[in-house]
Design a protein around this ligand. Structure first.
Ligand code: TRP
Length: 331
């Protein structure tokens, strides 16, 4: 039997090229080898996104985005967290085995408290219980589907470790393998994806290139990328150029060495390098952008796909909750 991989996608903003190389592509690669279960963590997003129109749009955009990028809903069980009520029952079950002190140590919560203290305010200002108990909901997401591995970025490893702790506490208490203990699979990004300003591409730096930007916007953003003041004539070093580093992610090997040679020869200005970059980025993204637009144009179709995913997911989830109930004496 194939091992099970599971990951959650928080619908909190527009997908960008950094997400594509850092999360989407590696997860789709893993889905070839594993029995994959990928879901939209809409209740996790609720902690921060309080505008209903915004949340609804975010959910549709990530669903359409992952499908457009190649997620095959026949191969991957693809669903919304909110469609699986067992998630919330397991969350309550796990609460009884989660030390409050464990939650106090969660990085996201600690950072929020620290920021409040630095502002001389109430340490708990703006912190809701959803944020405080975030790791329990995430542990339920993971444990519910008997996950073996959880592909996540480095920032989420602590959460997976907490899910391990919680599952182990349950198993130790009931002296048996009631819940499967998951492992984190850290997604080592293929490369750092450079952002518009030369720093790593990240929503928090506001330097992203949206994955599905219209062609004109894409071109404008690329033309706006920060470069140094070298003249057209000067030979340039590809290895330190953000434009070249981004180009490498989209171009084949022949194209990469050809552009590197033009850099080193001199006579090519940054404007021209950016044109080359735009050409390869648009080549890869334009078919995806078209699929994305047509998926978004028909929300009922998206709902159908996610609904079928939920139908496949629920019996698995129900079995886990039943196992817990039986072990706990609530049967
Ligand atoms: N916390 C994850 C993030 O912010 C999203 C998430 C929710 C998740 N539940 C999960 C990831 C379960 C992996 C497994 O990106």
């Amino acid at each position: 039997m194939k091992k099970i991989s599971l990951t959650g996608i928080k619908p909190t903003g527009t997908l960008h090229i950094g997400n594509y190389f850092g999360a989407i592509k590696p997860a789709l690669e893993l889905a070839k080898e594993y029995d994959a279960r990928y879901f939209i963590a809409d209740y996790h997003a609720l902690n921060t996104v309080k505008d209903p129109e915004e949340l609804r749009a975010n959910i549709r955009e990530v669903a359409a985005g992952w499908l457009a990028a190649g997620l095959d809903p026949e191969q991957v069980i693809f669903y919304r967290q909110s469609s699986i009520p067992e998630t919330f029952e397991l969350t309550t079950q796990l609460m009884a085995f989660t030390a409050k002190g464990l939650m106090n140590r969660a990085h996201a919560y600690k950072t929020a408290v620290q920021e409040n203290i630095e502002k001389n305010g109430d340490p708990d200002a703006g912190i809701n219980m959803g944020l405080f108990t975030y790791p329990v909901l995430m542990a339920a997401d993971i444990i519910l589907f008997d996950s073996d591995v959880v592909p996540v970025g480095k920032d989420q490893v602590q959460h997976v470790e907490m899910a391990q702790d919680i599952a182990q506490a349950v198993n130790a208490n009931y002296k048996g393998q009631v819940l499967k203990v998951p492992q984190a699979a850290v997604v080592e990004s293929v490369a750092v994806v450079p952002g518009l300003d030369g720093r790593k591409m990240s929503k928090s730096y506001n330097n992203t290139i949206p994955l599905f930007a219209p062609e004109k916007t894409l071109r404008k953003l690329i033309m706006r990328m920060v470069t140094n003041s070298q003249t057209v004539e000067e030979p340039k070093e590809p290895g330190t150029s953000q434009i070249y580093l981004l180009y490498k992610l989209f171009a084949n090997e022949g194209e990469q060495s050809a552009l590197a040679a033009r850099y080193r020869a001199g006579g090519m200005g940054w404007g021209e390098a950016k044109e080359e970059l735009f050409r390869v980025v648009n080549r890869e993204l334009s078919p995806m952008r078209e699929r994305f637009q047509s998926l978004l144009a028909e929300p009922a179709g998206l709902d159908r796909i996610l609904g079928r995913g939920a139908e496949k997911a629920r019996p698995i989830a129900a079995a886990t909750v039943r196992r817990f109930r039986k072990a706990a004496g609530i049967d």
